[in-house]
Design a protein around this ligand. Structure first.
Ligand SMILES: Nc1ncnc2c1ncn2[C@@H]1O[C@H](COP(=O)(O)OP(=O)(O)OP(=O)(O)O)[C@@H](O)[C@H]1O
Length: 263
């Protein structure tokens, strides 16, 4: 059985009284795909097609209207805690030091012991922030803050990392560095990753599999298996296989017409 199974998930947001909306919003319509333990799946699709909604359903943060979500053999109907969530904004607590931000989830889980502190140190080393344990968020660049947010998402050793356009606000060079960092982290932790992005190149570079959604209400329009070898490096972006995968994703999004055998 797959580690994660999203099956026929539908989400309708009802009209909220006083919101001015006239029709319920069908955010997801029949979204289905599976993923394995340790697999990195990129979710790609037009703005507003329901990608964030799907991540929140997988996390158990919001309910689905119908369908099922199974993660690690358990049906998800409420937050089960075995996931880390990384958002586009790092949203660190400005009054806390870097290490105390990383340790925050462990305080909530009442597991903020010496072992947690050691693990926080290891994670900060992994992301190259060993020298910044006591720094405050405002003393860090945007990329550094997002590294701290990554450590915070991983501190309780989740099996699943949910990432919602985590590098979308970063400059191009920092984003490329963060892509490589994420591939390293995935390898070291063995966590599965669901990664929402608007960038076709980022999706192809990171993913084992790209799920392309149609316009809202989202359905899975295409599933692309990315067969680029590991380890991937920035040079991978200049290979014919990379261009081919980008083209396939672009065709699935309707950005370029499908041409048989084109690369
Ligand atoms: N709480 C809510 N109440 C009502 N409608 C909502 C709610 N959350 C999301 N929606 C609607 O559901 C649709 C999908 O939103 P969602 O944020 O999941 O899309 P997205 O694909 O992540 O978009 P983007 O790529 O622009 O971030 C949108 O039309 C949005 O307005």
């Amino acid at each position: 059985m797959a580690f994660g199974t999203i099956k026929n998930v539908r989400k309708v947001f009802p009209v909220r009284p006083g919101s001015g909306g006239k029709e319920p919003v069908v955010a997801l319509d029949d979204a289905s795909f599976t993923f394995e333990k340790g697999e990195l799946v990129a979710l790609l699709g037009p703005s507003g097609c329901g990608k964030t909604t799907l991540l929140r359903i997988v996390a158990g943060l919001i309910s689905k209207t119908s369908g099922s979500v199974m993660i690690g053999g358990r049906e998800i109907n409420e937050p089960l805690g075995d996931y880390g969530f990384v958002f586009q904004a790092p949203s660190l607590m400005p009054w806390r030091s870097v290490i105390d931000n990383v340790l925050f989830p462990m305080e909530i889980l009442k597991r903020s012991d010496k072992a947690a502190r050691v693990r926080a140190g290891e994670l900060l080393e992994l992301v190259g922030l060993s020298a910044f344990h006591q720094a405050r968020p405002h003393q860090l660049s945007g990329g550094m803050q997002q590294r701290v947010a990554l450590c915070r998402a991983l501190i309780h050793q989740p099996n699943l990392l949910l990432m919602d356009e985590p590098f979308g606000a970063l400059d191009e060079l920092t984003r490329l560095e963060m892509n490589d960092l994420l591939l390293r982290i995935r390898k070291e932790t063995g966590a599965s990753v669901l990664f929402v992005t608007h960038s076709i190149a980022e999706a192809v570079y990171l993913a084992d599999k790209v799920i392309v959604f149609s316009r809202r209400p989202a359905r899975v329009s295409t599933e692309i298996s990315v067969s680029l070898p590991y380890p991937r490096s920035q040079a991978t972006r200049f290979t014919p296989a990379f261009t081919q995968a980008e083209r396939t994703a672009s065709e699935a999004l309707g950005i370029v017409p499908h041409v048989e055998g084109a690369a």
